[in-house]
Design a binder for this molecule. Structure first.
Ligand code: SF4
Length: 340
């Protein structure tokens, strides 16, 4: 068994246990592993638990959560950005995005990010450290509890790993957090409501899809000309985009291709044609993202007319495409703007 995460008191965090780990933990403490489901229901849904087992789990584990150090609400669209302070005083940002029929939580997987994509504020932080499983799960719990108090008509319906960090660089914690979020006894989120966004790390992507074949995947493309992509996303130099796309095809997966439009950089008709050629024959939907300017950034957003031109070109090549207007840009909560 992988050891559960230790808190400062050297107790495991109760939010770090996957169902499998919890079964082993109970067995090691002379409880029946078959009670793991009941314990998870107790932890996450306050379901009743036999007294002796309840006493054990309450006393043996740390129930501490990080806290919301700062919270901003967008005047324009209601997006909520939480700055979540961790036990070591580092912090990550978590964003709640409201749409008509869904409430999406954008969670962080790392403090900072090592990938240093040229248009992303988080990348400028570099990687401070990996988030542990319980710190990922905690972002969900904090957002769930905040909604219960401040907006009880809404519950989180979708989770996207699109916050700070490259999720595939923190694969073990990502895999365990998804196991906890989707467990049928605990938080009960459907896997089809969870998406992981990545610049594409082929080995990690293969492993992740081996564990969760039906997980939604979004690949950040941003330029189909791979030399140009390497300038925007340095990761292209070590992980080939084509290798990640091949893995998605091998798994017969439809996926989301994310493409941030940067004026004069990757938004020409030739860029659109190259993108259509790269994605030809794949089960893909392209998400065109209007660039959100960052402090001292060197890019500007593509004009609406040019976005339309780009989209029309993709339509003509039979590529399904939608334009995403990021929410929360007035509170720096939009794509590429997260930074602490
Ligand atoms: S876009 Fe994603 S992978 Fe790239 S630097 Fe930002 S957080 Fe990291």
């Amino acid at each position: 068994m992988k050891p559960a995460i230790k808190s400062e008191k050297h107790q495991p965090s109760v939010y770090a246990f996957t169902p499998t780990q919890l079964r082993s933990y109970l067995l090691a403490h002379n409880f029946k592993p078959m009670h793991a489901g009941h314990v998870l229901a107790f932890i996450y849904r306050n379901a009743p638990l036999p007294h002796r087992l309840q006493q054990f789990i309450v006393n043996a584990c740390s129930w501490e959560l990080p806290f919301i150090a700062q919270l901003k609400v967008s005047d324009s669209d209601g997006t909520v950005k939480m700055q979540v302070e961790l036990a070591d005083k580092l912090a990550v940002e978590t964003v709640i995005i409201f749409e008509k029929h869904r409430t999406t939580l954008c969670v962080s997987s790392q403090v900072g990010c090592a990938q240093r994509c040229s248009f992303c504020q988080t990348g400028r932080m570099g990687l401070k450290r990996q988030l542990q499983t319980h710190e990922i799960v905690a972002q969900y719990l904090l957002a769930r509890d905040w909604l219960r108090i401040h907006n009880h008509q809404r519950t989180i319906t979708n989770i996207v790993f699109m916050g700070m960090g490259e999720p595939l660089d923190n694969l073990d914690a990502l895999v365990d957090a998804i196991a906890i979020l989707t467990d049928a006894h605990g938080l009960q989120l459907p896997l089809r409501k969870i998406a992981v966004s990545s610049v594409g790390n082929p080995d990690a992507l293969r492993k992740l899809l081996g564990i969760y074949p039906n997980l939604n995947i979004a690949i950040s493309i941003h330029a189909a000309d791979l030399a140009k992509r390497a300038k925007l996303i340095p990761a292209e130099k070590k992980w080939s985009l084509r290798a990640s796309l091949a893995i998605l095809q091998q798994h017969g997966r439809n996926f989301l291709a994310q493409y941030t439009l940067l004026a004069g950089v990757n938004d020409s008709i030739d860029d659109a044609k190259a993108l259509a050629e790269l994605l030809e024959g794949m089960e893909v939907k392209v998400n065109l993202i209007i660039y959100n300017p960052i402090r001292n950034g060197r890019f500007t957003p593509t004009s609406i007319q040019d976005v339309q031109r780009f989209q029309d070109c993709l339509f003509k090549q039979n590529i399904r495409t939608m334009v995403r207007f990021s929410k929360g840009s007035d509170i720096s909560a939009a794509c590429g703007q997260l930074f602490v």
